[in-house]
Ligand binder design. Sequence first.
Ligand code: ADP
Length: 400
Amino acid sequence: MNVLVINCGSSSLKYQVLDMKTESLMAKGLVERIGLDGSIITHEKAGAEEKFKLETPMANHTDAIGHVLEAITDKDHGVITSMDEIGAVGHRVVHAGEKYASSVLITPDVINALEECVDLAPLHNPPNLSGIDACKALMPNTPMVGVFDTAFHQTMPPESYIYAIPYEYYEKYGIRRYGFHGTSHKYVAERGAEILGQSIDKLKLITCHLGNGASVTAIKYGKSIDTSMGFTPLEGLVMGTRSGDIDPAIVTFMREKGNLKPGEANDILNKKSGVLGISGVSSDFRDLEKAAEEGNERAILALKVFAHKVRFYIGAYIAEMNGVDAIIFTAGVGENDMGMRDIICSNLHNLGIKLDLVKNRVRGKETVLSTDDSKVKILLVPTNEELMIARDTYKIVTKK
Ligand code: ADP
């Protein structure tokens, strides 16, 4: 069976077509500037030398998905001859609140439940739902599955997810920690266990998803027991442009001192903070490292603050799990930035964590990075959220 994976953002859409017999990628692509001037689709057939690009007006997600379906069935750069060859569609959905602890077949009831979660993820759930609507309109008979970023973390115990604010805020408004990047944490944990040749049910793992958005998860015997993102993806680590953990009193103080308008503090903490805010240089670690090499003090500081926070969570999760068998790095920074991995893992040998500096000289490839005598294994596992979504989708529609 072929599965179409759809990941809708507010003005962009990523897609992949996978053949689930072999779990191989057939085609992938990206639609950008949906609803804006200059809408464009970039489509790539697996193995093809050239990408197909088409700039054409796309007023909404239905238009965008229409172009995706045209691209994948095109006689030149397509990979199937008709839409009947797509057995199911897997949709990435960011927030499922407390409703779903795993992926589900999308039914009208599921759509209602996800609409109820819009308040919790106002930027993410509406475009995710538009993608589902658009697919339903264009391929009404194809089963669809929702795969949620929050689902994997639903196993967290209450002591991990309850904030110490009056309990009625949890009961009335659902204010609690949810956690995100669940699909990625789950994928790299499962893959990590396979690489180690051990059952995930017997392992204590710490997965570090370090990208533009970043989070760390404690996975005990296959289940997420704590994660650094919380009610929203703003909590936890220092990120590209997000502050991560701060004293909540800062928000009120900043509003008063800076005469901020409603929404402005939120904008500062989400878009102007993180390593960009500290350095004033960039949110991209490649730019920061270049600036640091040239002696830019604030770029050096931003990198140190970032690493400090990752180490802080690793330490906390070792305490929570009473040990760790493996630490797994993934996402843009985790997969590519050997210097950052080095700083994060340095001076942890008392905890049995030893990075092999030669093995660490690698990018984007599944590798064991620890020394042979390191008690704790350190792994690099490139994430593959789309494959995880396709697997769940295939499993649910074929009931395997
Ligand atoms: P997201 O999916 O959250 O947008 P990614 O996982 O794609 O983020 O990570 C993007 C980040 O990865 C970039 O902002 C950049 O900082 C970092 N990155 C990518 N390649 C490298 C590299 N070679 N060295 C250091 N950092 C890198």
